[in-house]
Design a protein around this ligand. Structure first.
Ligand SMILES: [Zn+2]
Length: 211
């Protein structure tokens, strides 16, 4: 059997098991989704949002990209954010990075990954530059790498707060709470490193006054 054929077979078994546990399972999910959470995570195959949080289909709206970045010109990310905040009315947005992130590690090198990846990783190099003194005060390379993973998550949370989508929801609906978490590949534990509650003060330069 080919590897992808196994996926289709496993899917049939999974669907049958769900229906045997709860005959209305798919019927219910097909009609409505009311997730409380938007998850912005890394594409890394070892960090599956539902599995590590013990949640089921329908509970988390998910967007993933290399190194869990919030880039203010990324139409894909912004569409997901807009839909989650304004239509699904999520109460929490979680940016989840992970220790040992290959994207973050790559950004710490001078290697030329060519065109597109260079462009993407540039965003993480900018996080490094902003926090250069703290990072370079750390002599241990592993710890410096871990800290950049954390700082990257914190920076992405701040990018979310700079969007008019989040500012408008904060002003009119006092939600969502923004959470920055880092997942440990070695122990499976989520480490909360940063939180921004609705109405948190941000640099006035980025505040919109006509929301
Ligand atoms: Zn990663």
């Amino acid at each position: 059997m080919k590897s992808y054929e196994k996926l289709l077979l496993e899917n049939k078994a999974w669907a049958a098991e769900k229906v045997s546990d709860d005959s209305q399972y798919f019927e219910r999910l097909a009609h409505i989704q009311t997730p409380e959470f938007l998850w912005i995570g890394c594409s890394d195959s070892r960090v599956p949002a539902n599995e590590i949080t013990g949640t089921q289909p329908g509970e988390i709206f998910v967007h993933r990209n290399v190194a869990n970045l919030v880039v203010h010109t990324d139409v894909n990310l912004l569409s997901v954010l807009d839909y989650a905040v304004n239509h699904l009315k999520v109460k929490h947005v979680i940016v989840c990075g992970h220790y040992g992130c290959g994207g973050v590690k790559a950004s710490m090198t001078n290697h030329n990954f060519n065109q597109v990846l260079n462009m993407w990783l540039r965003n993480i190099k900018d996080v490094y530059r902003l926090h250069r003194s703290e990072l370079e005060a750390e002599q241990n390379e592993e710890k410096r790498f871990d800290r950049l993973v954390e700082l990257n998550v914190i920076e992405q949370i701040q990018h979310l707060a700079k969007t008019s989508i989040i500012q408008k929801a904060w002003k009119h609906d006092q939600r969502p709470v923004l959470h920055g978490w880092v997942y440990g590949l070695k122990d499976g534990i989520l480490n909360p490193v940063f939180r921004m509650d609705p109405g948190t003060h941000i640099d006035p330069l980025y505040e919109y006054d006509d929301l």
